[in-house]
Write a new protein. Structure first.
Length: 191
């Protein structure tokens, strides 16, 4: 018997899509961890320490685990993509901030505002209980906060509009995806 799932497709198709997405997320994390390892072996100037590899592994593990949770929260492709984009944006912010810093260098305390933006996204997600319509609103607030970081940096004579613009676009893409997921949600009936 072929049942239909929340995306309108068959349960088997959704299960297959879930397996593919999980393999992409976890396989991508393993591949990403191996890239600097290969670079270190092949490029003499690559100076990653054991600590660098451990931090990189923790970051990749955290991102993949958050994506895994997002894959379990909804069967809708738009919702899942929204989670992956939001997690990916958070990952890029964290990576660039730890590696070289976004404002000045990685030791500039002003860079902490970017971690504040990620905190806004996380707190917002919990407050709206991970529901698609609420997630869209939470990611919109996050995008506005992200955009505001450019003006904070400008007040301290740093110009970071391009990188902040890229991060803001990531948050706005997740807004759109969560809105699409909210449109595809079936209304709940009173029991």
């Amino acid at each position: 018997m072929n049942g239909t799932g929340p995306m309108g497709g068959t349960m088997e198709t959704e299960a297959r899509l879930t397996r593919v997405l999980r393999r992409l997320v976890w396989g991508g994390a393993v591949f990403a961890w191996c890239v600097p390892l290969a670079a270190r072996l092949l490029l003499p100037g690559m100076e990653w320490t054991t600590f660098d590899f451990v931090v990189w592994a923790i970051m990749l593990l955290a991102a993949a685990a958050l994506c895994e949770i997002g894959l379990r929260l909804s069967g809708q492709l738009a919702y899942r993509a929204g989670v992956i984009v939001a997690v990916g944006t958070s990952f890029l912010i964290t990576w660039s901030n730890l590696a070289v810093g976004i404002i000045g260098d990685e030791d500039n305390p002003l860079n902490q505002i970017f971690f504040g933006v990620i905190a806004i996204a996380l707190v917002g997600a919990f407050l709206v209980r991970f529901r698609p319509k609420g997630m869209a609103a939470a990611m919109l607030v996050t995008a506005l906060a992200q955009f505001g970081t450019a003006f904070v940096a400008l007040a301290y004579e740093h110009i970071v509009f391009v990188i902040v613009g890229v991060f803001t676009l990531g948050w706005l893409l997740s807004v759109w995806l969560f809105r699409e997921a909210a449109r595809g949600e079936t209304p709940r009936t009173a029991a």
